[in-house]
Design a protein around this ligand. Structure first.
Ligand code: MSP
Length: 584
């Protein structure tokens, strides 16, 4: 092990002023972290929507799951005990019809498709702690109990429903939500203005929920909790809907029409409405009706914008009715389009996420979805964009930086070399430039910035900030061209070691912060840097301790094994989507 001989005994004024800036930002970070980790909120519960099994998973489904996964992993790295639930929505007319069309028993059909979702999630590093299927006994019992609570409180009554229904959306619509259209054979049909799906007139005896009674409580909840639904524009949309008519809601269907579902307790002729059934999944996983308090008080739902009404109006009203707390937050994301068009089977443009995770690697696809996905607005998915982004940011920028700083030519001893404080400040004969100090400050602040964006689920902003710092670090290396330094000269050697040390420290920060987004790449990066698994939490992240004249646990440590390039460049030939072999 080499020991740095020129450990600074005094600091220059630039160094001191940098320290001052960093002290204040570091205190701020510590304070923010403490409020997050030291209070009672050491538990976290995040959910995805449960996915309909009438068709195979597509990219939009994986997107919901990747967002929830990233948030779950982030909370774990912060030291939270986090629960992460996903699963499948298996009841309802749509699924009943899909099973019939496939000539299968409904449960057999559901099991097959549900397993496809599970397989996709396993393949894409979705680290859920619970997988719920609405056909499970634990769920049926929770739904029956929930129904009985609402019934006993007289919030459900027997009535009749007459109006429009969309089977595809499993949704009731008011006349103002319906418009005219032509089907593929040119026949006039009525469609939902929001989804474009066909609607039918239905008239049925069934059970109604007193939704209309909850308008003012819902308004109070949203006005008193401006961050209940995020991003803000979706909260505004819900407030707007609440200004409109809020009729009571039909919460059952006649069993003669819908057999595939949970029977209304005490009425063999009615089946519980699939959305009421499905929404209760969040409680089933939390342990409802006996042990749900711990998790239910910290529930966060991730949903796509198309299912906002169900989660932001029906669900809170049901919960208020049942005397349960409302979720801490509902995080809404927008949709993926393909070359500007909505993904649909009829257009033949549905993206198979499994196929694309093989083409671009699991982490590659995860990175793209979170780097490009903007919660507030729809985003377009094209293979060209994926390739361009991954090649630029993962292969060239991050991968290139690691390669440079661990290459035998610059780092023959294959260690984390020494940082020499006297070599760094400009006025002590060091060679650091003003940009270098700016870079250090940006990297020092990065965990604070990233945590803020992870917290609000603006993953693209976090990744943008990381990417900007990676570029700055590449610039730092490029600026000082360590390959031109003379290893036989003591001063040159100390400067060279310092450049590599600082760059490795930057990469340690990037690798740690990227863990929730690209777990495999981060692991590879941190392992190569010799960072042990117990040194990877957000709390213990301590960038460049030498700046504070503290010892670095990494200095002199052997690098980990070289297992090849961090992320292989992707070829651009349409017919040969595959990673370029490491040797190329
Ligand atoms: N089963 C209901 C949810 C019940 S939750 C109590 C459902 N299922 S779904 O399979 O149709 O959709 C699940 C999720 O996928 C939703 O969050 C939806 O917004 C999301 N996506 C479906 N298409 C999408 C895109 N094109 N892009 C992004 N996400 C989209 O709704």
């Amino acid at each position: 092990m080499r020991v740095c001989s020129l450990f600074a005994s005094r600091s220059c004024h630039i160094f001191r002023s940098l320290q001052n800036t960093l002290v204040s930002s570091s205190t701020r970070i510590a304070a923010v972290r403490c409020s997050v980790t030291c209070n009672e909120k050491s538990v976290y519960y995040v959910t995805t929507p449960i996915f309909y099994v009438n068709a195979s998973p597509h990219l939009g489904h994986l997107y919901s799951a990747v967002i929830a996964d990233c948030s779950h992993r982030y909370k774990q790295l912060q030291g939270f005990n986090s629960k992460f639930a996903t699963g499948t929505d298996e009841h309802g007319l749509k699924v009943q019809q899909a099973a019939e069309a496939a000539g299968k028993q409904p449960l057999t059909f559901c099991t097959e498709v549900s397993e496809r979702f599970e397989h996709l999630f396993r393949s894409c590093s979705i680290s859920h702690t619970d997988y719920i299927r609405t056909t499970e006994l634990r769920h049926r019992q929770a739904v029956e109990h929930f129904w009985s609570v609402l019934w006993n409180k007289r919030l459900i009554y027997k009535g009749s429903y007459e109006g429009w229904y969309s089977t595809q959306d499993e949704s009731f619509l008011t006349p103002s939500q319906v418009g005219d259209a032509l089907d593929s054979s040119g026949n006039e049909i009525k469609v939902s203005l929001e989804s474009g799906h066909k609607v039918e007139w239905m008239k049925e005896e069934n059970y109604m929920f007193r939704l209309s009674a909850f308008r003012s409580q819902l308004l109070d909840w949203l006005r008193g909790n401006p961050k209940a639904i995020q991003p803000e524009r979706f909260q505004q949309a819900v407030l707007q809907w609440l200004q409109e008519d809020l009729p009571d809601l039909s919460v059952s269907r006649q069993r003669s029409r819908l057999q595939w579902g949970i029977q209304v307790p005490g009425d063999a002729n009615q089946t519980i409405y699939v959305w009421l059934d499905a929404l209760v999944n969040y409680l089933s996983v939390a342990g409802y009706p006996d042990h749900h308090d711990r998790w239910w008080s910290v529930a966060h739902h991730i949903i796509g914008k198309d299912i906002l009404k169900f989660h932001a109006i029906y669900w809170p009203a049901f919960l208020l009715g049942a005397g349960l707390r409302l979720p801490q937050a509902i995080h809404v994301h927008s949709h993926w389009t393909v070359r500007g068009k909505k993904m649909s089977k009829s257009l033949g443009n549905v993206i198979d996420p499994l196929e694309h995770s093989r083409m671009f690697t699991t982490d590659g696809l995860r990175y793209f979805l979170l780097r490009q996905g903007v919660p507030e607005s729809d985003c377009d998915y094209t293979e060209e964009k994926v390739i361009k982004l991954l090649n630029a940011e993962l292969a060239d920028s991050l991968g290139g930086l690691l390669n440079r700083c661990t290459a035998a030519a610059l780092n023959p001893a294959q260690v984390y070399p020494c940082f020499c404080p006297q070599a760094f400040p400009r006025d002590q004969g060091g060679r650091a430039a003003a940009e270098d100090y700016r870079m250090l400050e940006a990297v020092r602040n990065l965990p604070f910035v990233v945590e803020r964006h992870y917290e609000s689920m603006h993953f693209y902003k976090a990744l943008e900030a990381i990417s900007a710092c990676v570029r700055q670090t590449n610039g730092f290396v490029q600026r000082h061209a360590p390959w031109k330094l003379d290893r036989t000269d003591g001063k040159d050697l100390r400067w060279l070691d310092t450049i590599i040390h600082v760059s490795l420290e930057c990469m340690r920060v990037y690798g740690t912060l990227l863990q929730p987004v690209v777990p495999e790449i981060s692991d590879k990066l941190l392992t190569r840097l010799g960072v042990r698994p117990d040194e990877r939490s957000f709390e213990t992240l301590d960038f460049l301790p030498h700046l504070w004249q503290r010892d670095s646990p990494f200095e002199g440590r052997a690098l980990g094994t070289d297992t090849g390039v961090l992320f292989s460049r992707l070829e651009t030939l349409r017919t040969h989507w595959r990673a370029v072999p490491a040797a190329a």
